[in-house]
Ligand binder design. Structure first.
Ligand code: ATP
Length: 244
């Protein structure tokens, strides 16, 4: 297996505030890794740091063997890192199609390529085709999540980072979106790093798990590792695991 992303001793936060500390892990190509942890653990901050939206104060981030620690977000995007932060990426006053087109403009794709990328988005989530002329702000929470995921994918990233893509989804839709996430890996060959707080959902989706607590990585392992569920629950409920 080839290593796609590697973090080594990364510290990051906001201004002088360090939120995530001494983070080291690696992600294999074509895998699904879920980042779990209680509220405020630093999950979003960690994804933002990988996307370049927060600058690592120390440590190294390597993507496909190249150091990207100081690179700007647009450079990381063009290198193959796609990120959608919960509720932050959608232009609510634009239509679904305009939102998707915006992604293709910023990538400077040709008309034909843009059309193809839109078709891919609509094939993944047919409801977005039905709603293509609707203002994004009027979509249901679940449809907005689908639009956010589509935007993260429009640039054909090698690494797709999704921040709580299942939040706000009706239970009946969660399994459809999970299937789509699995296909993004199995059929499109992409690597996923997904933030998810629900333990059962996370463990059923993931190959590998990263457990973050108060800014520290307290456990890494395979989702099917014996006792993983207990480790995550102990972290959530205060009986903290420290096996890293
Ligand atoms: P949640 O599950 O609630 O989304 P999280 O694990 O994603 O939480 P973060 O959103 O990364 O955690 O927040 C971690 C810490 O960083 C929190 O204490 C939060 O208050 C702080 N924080 C987040 N955003 C900022 C910001 N823009 N400026 C200063 N501190 C921030």
């Amino acid at each position: 297996m080839t290593e796609l992303l590697k973090l080594d001793g990364v510290n990051s936060g906001y201004g002088d505030l360090i939120v995530v500390r001494d983070i080291s892990f690696a992600i294999e190509e074509s895998s699904i890794t879920v980042l779990l942890g209680p509220n405020g653990a630093g999950k979003t901050t960690l994804l933002r740091t990988i996307a370049g939206l927060n600058t690592a104060k120390s440590g190294t981030i390597t993507f496909e063997g190249e150091t990207i620690t100081g690179d700007a977000p647009y450079r990381r995007q063009s290198q193959g890192i796609g990120f959608t932060q919960e509720n932050k990426r959608i232009f609510k006053k634009l239509t679904v199609e305009q939102n998707l087109m915006f992604g293709t403009y910023s990538l400077k794709l040709s008309k034909a390529e843009s059309k193809e990328r839109l078709k891919e988005s609509y094939d993944r989530f047919p409801i977005l085709f039905e709603k293509r002329n609707q203002t994004a702000g009027y979509l249901s929470g679940g449809q907005q999540q689908m639009l956010g995921i589509s935007q993260a994918l429009i640039g054909h990233p090698k690494l797709v980072m999704l921040d709580e893509p299942f939040s706000g989804l009706a239970p009946s839709i969660v399994s459809d979106v999970m299937d789509t996430v699995r296909k993004i890996r199995s059929e499109e060959g992409r690597t996923l790093l997904v933030v998810e707080q629900a333990v059962d959902l996370a463990l059923s989706l993931a190959d590998s798990v990263l457990v973050l607590d108060v800014g520290k990585l307290v456990h890494t392992g395979r989702a099917d590792e014996p006792g993983m569920r207990q480790i995550v629950e102990d972290t959530y409920f205060g009986n903290r695991a420290t096996t890293v």
